[in-house]
Design a protein around this ligand. Structure first.
Ligand SMILES: NC(=O)c1ccc[n+]([C@@H]2O[C@H](COP(=O)([O-])OP(=O)(O)OC[C@H]3O[C@@H](n4cnc5c(N)ncnc54)[C@H](OP(=O)(O)O)[C@@H]3O)[C@@H](O)[C@H]2O)c1
Length: 291
């Protein structure tokens, strides 16, 4: 069995991916920084020498986009230097690496979807640090794949779907940003795509998200509709009215054409993924989901 080291296995994506890897691969999970701090190059080399994986998947990151604005050093260490350390270790031992990255490396000024050849121009510290991670991986290791994805939600994460439902359940009024467009991506759909890429020998950058696009406002409306809260009013607002510390791209839609060419298939529409997430949620929480 192929030996796969999964870093960030305790995170929202990591947990789901680990479940899917187990059985088909010999998994070497690193849940979080208590197991291995990827910002410490020595620790990373020692760990890799000890476990000798064939592939390293890095799903670890400092993902608090607004938090990164007030902790830029931590953002750069975890999202920039961490992946670089992993890639340097992989290069020493002849290991392949898959690095997870983000649509927030783009500035959002493009009309239409971004493809892998478009020039990144991040607006936030988070985006800058994730781009630095991409660059270090590419510089340190030839056999790498950088998978950019967008607007993730899945079980166990502090995600947008849960935030909207929590407000609806409490009867709170909802105000949601209408001027940012992208593709919500259901974690299990991304995990399945990563499994397909894992057995390919694709290199470079590939974009993977659910298909279609929407604004956060459209996303919120669909969440409520699918959960029996269609009657709950939502006020569409402009992002500047929220005054959040980090700037976000107005359009961060990713073109997934390369992924389609590599695997012969695309991901399903975002709202089909959402339906599945909400069905699973009802199973987990009983009637809470109201479907
Ligand atoms: N969430 C989104 O909307 C989104 C969108 C696009 C792309 N992405 C990318 O997708 C990937 C997965 O995101 P996610 O939302 O699943 O992340 P997450 O739930 O925030 O989990 C992040 C994981 O990284 C670990 N980690 C943080 N600092 C570490 C360090 N110094 N050393 C080792 N591990 C460390 C965390 O462990 P601790 O518990 O120890 O901190 C945790 O297990 C990331 O690369 C992210 O940038 C996410």
């Amino acid at each position: 069995m192929k030996r796969i080291a999964l870093v960030g296995a305790g995170g929202m994506l990591g947990r789901d991916l680990l479940d899917r890897l187990e059985g088909s691969f010999a998994c070497l999970p690193i849940a979080g920084k208590k197991d291995l701090d990827i910002t410490d190059a020595e620790q990373v080399f020692e760990w890799m020498e000890g476990c000798r994986p064939e592939v390293v998947i890095n799903a670890a990151a400092y993902t608090d986009v607004d938090g990164c604005e007030s902790h830029p050093e931590r953002a750069m260490a975890v999202n920039g230097e961490g992946p670089g350390n992993l890639a340097a270790g992989c290069a020493r031992l002849g290991v392949r690496m898959i690095q997870i990255s983000t649509d927030f490396v783009f500035d959002g000024n493009r009309d239409g979807a971004y493809d892998e050849k478009d020039t990144p121009a991040p607006l936030s510290v988070y985006g800058v640090s994730k781009l630095a991670g991409e660059e270090r991986v590419a510089r340190n290791l030839e056999d790498h794949l950088i998978v950019r994805t967008s607007w993730l939600y899945g079980v166990g994460g502090r995600n947008f779907v849960e935030a909207i439902l929590a407000q609806a359940e409490k009867g709170e009024s909802l105000r949601v940003v209408q001027d940012q467009t992208g593709a919500p991506t259901y974690v299990p759909d991304l995990s399945r795509a990563l499994l397909r890429l894992l057995v390919s020998d694709a290199r470079g950058i590939v974009h993977v998200s659910n298909s279609g696009c929407c604004s956060w406002y459209d996303f919120a409306r669909r969440i409520l509709e699918f959960s029996g809260y269609a009657h709950v009013p939502v006020e569409p607002i402009a992002s500047r009215t929220l005054n959040r510390p980090a700037r976000r791209p107005a359009n961060s839609l990713l073109s997934c054409e390369r992924y389609r060419q590599l695997t012969g298939e695309g991901l399903r529409p975002w709202d089909a993924g959402l339906r599945d997430y909400l069905k699973e949620r009802v199973k987990r929480h009983g009637s809470e989901g109201r479907e």
